[in-house]
Design a binder for this molecule. Structure first.
Ligand code: GDP
Ligand code: IMO
Ligand code: MG
Length: 425
């Protein structure tokens, strides 16, 4: 296996956690390179479900080293909670195999307050964020006033930075948003109380990756969210606050782009989206409800029902283009069972014209009408199929059509949530 980047090819929740877990069996180092605990990555092994928000999805495989890269924003409480949960399941989460980049920015209570306050104030145009403080933390990073994990070894610096940050944030919270202001001393001491547990995890992520590459070991880069939630290339402003595209695997973990040899886009066999924003193939009818029920489409982080719709090949083609995808993994194909006909959006129509690309102007995507191609459905239960040949003809035809429409090979097909329910072609 080559050094591989895993990214979501749609709007998140494509099954990245499952595929990262699977590919971790052949990897030495797994690194998260962006996002934070807005992510919820699910892994199922023999009826045991693990949902990870920050710790890379390779942690269930002994012998891997799991790293939180500089591009991630880390909530210290959530990280430690995840460590405790995994530890209770007898998974080794010692600093020998789990590390945090000293350059990763920390999510603090005022980031969460501002995230919630801004969403509450946004009239009509709510983004529907996860409320985890992701955006405000990245804002501070860009404004060069953020706290980084490495600062935890320097209490005076922590206190000074928090005091400085709250001078401004408390004005916003109290006067503009009518939220509770925060006490700098309390915020600082609460964070410093966690420092003894966090500092053993601080590490030089770049060196771990470089070492693995020198040894000829595989590195797996785990993306969060999806391409169309990317801050630059996504459906702005209904996006997250980081670059989710594969290129950011380099900047967000500290390697050159040449290290990214294979880029696998994870795509659901249909489409889902959580939160607001354009979604051309969304189904607000019984078929949409059927997909939600069959696919258990409720957020792994916030529990919100996910919006559901048909597969959108325009969206996937854009993901191929933005990431130079080398392959696709098509997940949740089993969920399509028993639908009389399957639809794939192949292009959009807008004001009488046909478009085969996503419009780049804000506000246009919500106005397009999807142009569908209809394909036969399948009734067979495919959840136990372990080879491509074992799949019914209609399922194989669907996969082939996805390959034709995207120009990329579907090298992995997932037919169930369990680690075993995977077809590698
Ligand atoms: P991620 O954020 O991309 O890692 O995806 P999530 O974990 O948020 O959501 C994917 C959901 O689908 C999880 O509940 C998985 O257990 C589940 N899942 C993954 N692959 C399959 C599949 O092929 N079939 C079914 N039925 N469920 C799947
Ligand atoms: P995984 O990694 C699906 C969405 C939120 C919201 C927008 C901005 O599990 O695929 P944020 O809190 O990031 O500022 O919210 O992005 N969002 C996700 N949707 N899966 C995710 O992660 C998401 N992370 C953020 O719902 O619309
Ligand atoms: Mg998820």
């Amino acid at each position: 296996m080559a050094n591989t980047v895993i990214i979501g090819a749609q709007w998140g929740d494509e099954g990245k956690g499952k595929i990262v877990d699977m590919l971790s069996a052949q990897s030495r180092v797994i690194v998260r390179f962006q996002g934070g605990n807005n992510a919820g990555h699910t892994i199922r092994v023999q009826d045991r479900e693990t949902i990870l928000h920050l710790i890379p999805s390779g942690i269930l495989h002994e012998g891997t080293v799991c790293l939180v890269g500089n591009g991630v924003v880390l909530d210290p409480h959530v990280f430690l909670e995840e460590v405790d949960n995994l530890s209770a399941k007898n998974i080794d989460v010692s600093p020998a195999r789990l590390g945090i980049s000293k350059k990763a920015h920390l999510i603090l209570p005022y980031h969460k307050s501002l995230d919630k306050a801004r969403e509450a104030k946004r009239a009509g145009q709510k983004i529907g964020t996860t409320g985890r403080g992701i955006g405000p933390c990245y804002e501070d990073k860009a404004a060069r006033v953020g706290l980084r994990a490495g600062d935890l070894t320097r209490p005076d610096l922590v206190r000074a930075k928090i005091t400085h940050a709250l001078l401004e944030k408390n004005v916003l919270l109290r006067d503009l948003y009518k939220f509770e202001p925060l006490d700098p001393a309390a915020v600082s001491e609460e964070l410093l109380a966690l420092a003894p547990r966090l500092t053993p995890y601080l590490t030089d992520v770049e060196e771990h990756i470089a070492q693995a590459r020198r040894n000829g070991d595989n590195v797996l880069f785990e993306g969060a969210q999806g391409v169309h939630l990317d801050i630059d290339h996504g459906t702005y402003p209904f996006v997250t606050s980081s670059n989710t595209v594969a290129g950011n695997a380099a900047a967000g973990s500290g390697v050159g782009p040449g290290a990214l040899e294979r880029v696998v886009g994870i795509a659901k066999a249909y489409t889902t989206r959580v939160g607001a924003g354009p979604f051309p193939t969304e189904l607000l009818d019984d078929t949409g409800s059927y997909l939600r029920t069959q696919g258990h489409e409720f957020g792994a982080t916030t529990g919100r029902p996910r919006r559901c719709g048909w597969l959108d090949a325009v969206v996937l083609r854009e993901s191929v283009r933005l990431n130079n995808l080398t392959d696709l993994a098509l997940t949740k194909l089993d969920v399509l069972q028993n639908l009389p006909a399957l639809h794939i959006c192949v292009a959009y129509e807008y004001e009488g014209q046909r478009f085969s690309h996503m419009p780049q102007e804000e506000g246009l995507l919500e106005k397009v009408t999807p142009i569908y191609e209809e394909m036969p459905g399948f009734e067979e239960d495919i959840s136990q199929c372990s080879t491509h040949d074992a799949l019914p003809g209609a399922a194989r035809a669907y996969i082939s059509r996805v390959e034709e429409l995207t120009g990329v090979r579907v090298s992995i097909v997932s037919v169930g949530a369990d680690r075993q329910q995977t077809i590698v072609r």
